[in-house]
Design a protein around this ligand. Structure first.
Ligand SMILES: Cc1cc2nc3c(=O)[nH]c(=O)nc-3n(C[C@H](O)[C@H](O)[C@H](O)COP(=O)(O)OP(=O)(O)OC[C@H]3O[C@@H](n4cnc5c(N)ncnc54)[C@H](O)[C@@H]3O)c2cc1C
Length: 273
């Protein structure tokens, strides 16, 4: 049961919010969907983010910039309206339910990084960068996790994604029932010119180490046209490692993930026509 003596703070400046979360037991409250479920221990207060003006999506030169306070629904609506970031849009549209998508925020989802995250695989595949409050340099989403920045006290201000029409991206999630938390999410992003793959990023979440990039599979795709042989070779190197759990064996999930990866690349090949 969460304490009733929790202190709520409603700062209007990010610098103020940053100071507040340095206090012991005080954390940010965005959509609240994870906090409610996990009821973190030793909690003393919440810093509400709704007055921090982090709810925006804008295009700046070659980037699409998403404020951390945007809900999943805000992002889905933007993508549909502007016909951009298809893969991300697809992944978010399958997440949870409409009322939840209207609450869950981008910042809360990134800091939380649940094993069922629908956001991480497309964003890492799209090489998204994060701007953290009070930090000048952008950090890649990969480094945010790998360098354990995710564990520090910080505020995600915005996510920066390249707006490049040559990049095509698709995502698939594995779950038996649509509303169930996905067991894993696979995303593939390809930069394509004249039907040749110039660059690729292949990512899975829900695996050991939280996420994995398949650099050997990417190497096979880079510089090639997507023939059946190239896709088969790339799939050979796509070997995700899963933890044991009571539902499915790691071998079974590995097999399904390989099938999904193969399907995604074949669909991307169709998209290139
Ligand atoms: C039934 C259900 C099904 C779901 N299914 C899925 C799914 O399929 N895929 C998926 O991806 N998600 C899914 N979710 C959402 C996911 O589990 C988390 O609840 C959600 O991502 C948390 O986002 P939030 O905005 O509610 O964050 P909050 O609960 O408000 O906060 C989560 C954490 O992030 C911190 N935080 C918040 N904002 C920031 C910020 N700007 N910078 C730094 N730290 C911050 C908070 O202090 C807290 O530690 C589901 C949730 C539910 C309840």
């Amino acid at each position: 049961m969460m304490s009733h003596d929790l202190q709520w703070y409603y700062p209007e400046k990010i610098s103020e919010a940053l100071k507040l979360i340095q206090k012991e037991g005080v954390i940010l409250h965005a959509g609240g969907t994870r906090i409610l479920k996990t009821e973190p221990r030793n909690l003393k207060g919440f810093v509400d983010i709704s007055h921090l003006k982090l709810n925006y999506i804008k295009k700046e030169v070659k980037n699409i910039i998403i404020g951390a306070g945007c809900t999943l629904s805000d992002v889905i609506n933007y993508c549909k309206k502007t016909n951009s970031l298809d893969g991300l849009c697809m992944a978010l549209a399958e997440t949870a339910s409409t009322p939840l998508r209207n609450r869950i925020t981008i910042g809360g989802s990134l800091k939380d990084f649940p094993v069922w995250s629908s956001l991480y695989s497309p964003l890492i595949a799209l090489d998204a960068k994060l701007e953290l409050a009070g930090v000048k340099e952008l950090c890649s989403l990969e480094d945010y996790v790998k360098k354990n920045i995710i564990k520090s006290k910080h505020i995600i201000k915005q996510v920066v994604i390249k707006d490049d029409k040559d990049i095509i991206c698709r995502v698939m999630r594995f779950n038996l029932v649509r509303f169930e938390y996905p067991i894993f999410n696979v995303a593939v992003a390809l930069k394509v010119k004249d039907k040749v793959v110039m660059d690729s990023r292949i990512v899975i979440t829900g695996v050991k180490g939280r996420f994995h990039r398949f650099k050997q599979s990417e190497k096979v795709l880079n510089g090639s046209t997507l023939t059946d042989e190239v896709i088969a070779k790339s799939t050979e190197y796509f070997v995700p490692k899963f933890h044991h759990d009571y539902k499915y064996s790691p071998e079974y999930r590995e097999h399904i993930a390989k099938v999904y990866f193969n399907d995604i690349v074949k669909e991307l090949k169709e998209d290139m026509k």
